[in-house]
Design a protein around this ligand. Structure first.
Ligand code: ATP
Length: 485
């Protein structure tokens, strides 16, 4: 069982320059997070690991990088302008606003049963939520009465609220393009990275001479005006996604769906070394009307299981929508089959920030026994057991005394050519080890007074805390093997 709590992780992240509240100087802005030196190093490495696995190691996946602002019609065609909305209600007493699904999750079985009786449905949160959506579209005044009659509790006051009419709240962030701020110049910050992939499908297929089946991947920022950002970076208003859309013939689509599910699970196991029990898969019971299959890969966060990645069989929905709205034929001519068709899409979609949070929670450990081994008084060693591929610092070079720092710096400069290396000179060696443990540095190289004579250094392993004496001639190769083991 992981020893991580969100509080411990967010404290460590701030203390050690990983992640902290955006605009802290002005008391912060809810749902926005900044990445410090260690955070940005880790985040870039993680994005690169995904890109390498999904794009660079394959011949049938191409990359792209689109703008954040697209033609507003893109979001009309995708359904986001009309449907990308959450239902929210306000409590007039506490002045707090809630998303209806979150509110329902926090009600007692009695309140849920009363709501179910009023909506003529089951007291199951998912079923109630679905029924709620239909009711809100039809008659919001009635829903307001039901919420108040059933004494729906405000989780912040633990008392029944005085509820307003529920309202649809679109999650897309808006801006204006050009000097005139009117409806005609309204534009949206993209709510997901995949729509620009669909609209570039033909250009990329042609320019790269790719034939279906093949995929297009993109990473980058997405914006959602989430009603209730929470759990550190898990639900933010500005975040990054890493998505891949795979275009194929309808007959082969289920095979590709299974293939990509297995590939993505392999990524978590082989690239990020996730323990098998840290993730699970969850097939969606409720499918979008166009979808043939959908599932989530979930991670056990300290606050419970949460979606990490979605894998979706989207049928021909996206390309058909864009064909209809743009009035362009988005059919593909398949020479091998001698057939013209709109390709079916299989999507894999994971949040970069959410994945980074999962990795931090997975890596977080506190061990007492190990510190005793090092002959220290019993205290708790906080250690991030990060996989080397994403560790912000892969190797730290520590001179035993400041007097040795000229020589140790040379070693660091040499290592920096091949690894993310740091040179840590100040404070006692024990404290420097602890500092490196807390940021997840897999290896520390210590240069001592003997090193001047024997041309050897001591390499300490973060996880086993064992130390080995290694000749400087062999250091690069030794570190390479250790980090890639
Ligand atoms: P959720 O149900 O958690 O709101 P979603 O089903 O809307 O997520 P998708 O639209 O499928 O999510 O987005 C794909 C991935 O993007 C998610 O699996 C998640 O990792 C990430 N993601 C989505 N919304 C957010 C957010 N507000 N903050 C951080 N990451 C997010």
């Amino acid at each position: 069982m992981s020893k991580a709590t969100i509080e411990k992780i967010s404290n460590l992240c701030k203390r050690r320059g990983f992640i902290f509240q955006s605009s802290e100087l002005y008391n912060g802005i809810n749902g926005f997070w900044d990445y410090g030196p260690n955070g940005v190093a880790m985040r870039r490495a993680l994005e690169q690991a995904w890109w390498n696995y999904m794009v660079e190691a394959r011949d049938n996946v191409e990359g792209q990088d689109s703008t954040i602002i697209c033609h507003p019609q893109v979001w009309k065609a995708s359904g986001h302008v009309d449907q990308f909305a959450d239902i929210m209600v306000d409590n007039k007493i506490s002045k707090k606003r809630f998303r209806i699904d979150n509110l329902l999750e926090q009600q007692s079985p009695e309140v849920l049963q009363a709501l179910a009786d009023s909506f003529e449905t089951e007291a199951d949160v998912a079923k109630l939520e679905a029924s709620f959506e239909t009711q809100v579209e039809q008659k919001t005044e009635l829903v307001k009465v039901i919420l108040n009659d059933c004494k729906v509790i405000d989780p912040s006051t633990k008392k029944p609220g005085d509820w307003t009419e529920p309202k649809q709240f679109n999650l897309m962030m808006q801006t204006y393009v050009g000097p005139v701020f009117d409806e005609d110049h309204k534009a949206y910050l993209r709510a997901e990275t995949c729509q620009p992939i669909f609209i570039n499908f033909h250009t990329i297929a042609t320019s790269m001479r790719q034939k279906v089946p093949f995929g297009i991947a993109q990473t980058g920022k997405a914006f959602r005006n989430e009603i209730n950002p929470r759990n550190f970076t898990f639900r933010s208003r500005e975040f990054s996604q890493m998505e891949m859309e795979f275009f194929c013939h309808e007959e082969e689509a289920m095979d590709w769906y299974n293939y990509w599910r297995d590939e993505r699970l392999k990524f978590y196991k082989d690239v990020l070394n996730f323990r098998p029990e840290a993730t699970r898969t969850h097939d969606h019971e409720k499918l979008a009307h166009y979808a043939k299959a959908a599932m989530d890969i979930e991670f056990e966060f300290p606050f419970g299981w949460g979606e990490l990645e979605g894998i979706h069989h989207r049928g021909t929905w996206d390309l058909s929508q864009h064909a209809e709205h743009s009035k362009q034929k988005l059919e593909y001519f398949d020479q091998a089959r001698n057939e013209r068709y709109i390709p079916t899409v299989i999507e894999t979609s994971v949040g970069l920030d959410r994945l980074m949070l999962a990795i931090l929670c997975h890596a977080y450990d506190e061990d007492e026994a190990e510190t005793q081994k090092e002959g220290k008084e019993t205290d708790v060693r906080v250690v991030l057991r990060l996989p080397a591929v994403v560790a912000p610092v892969q190797v730290a070079v520590l001179p035993l005394s400041k007097k040795l720092s000229e020589s140790s710096e040379k070693i660091h400069k040499d290592l920096q050519k091949n690894f993310r290396s740091a040179h840590d000179v100040t404070q006692a060696i024990g404290r420097r080890y602890r500092r490196q443990d807390e940021i997840g540095t897999p290896l520390c190289v210590t240069y001592d007074f003997d090193s001047e004579e024997d041309n050897c250094v001591t390499v300490r392993d973060r996880d086993t805390m064992t130390q080995e004496r290694i000749s400087l001639d062999e250091l690069q190769g030794y570190i390479f093997n250790k980090l890639n083991a």
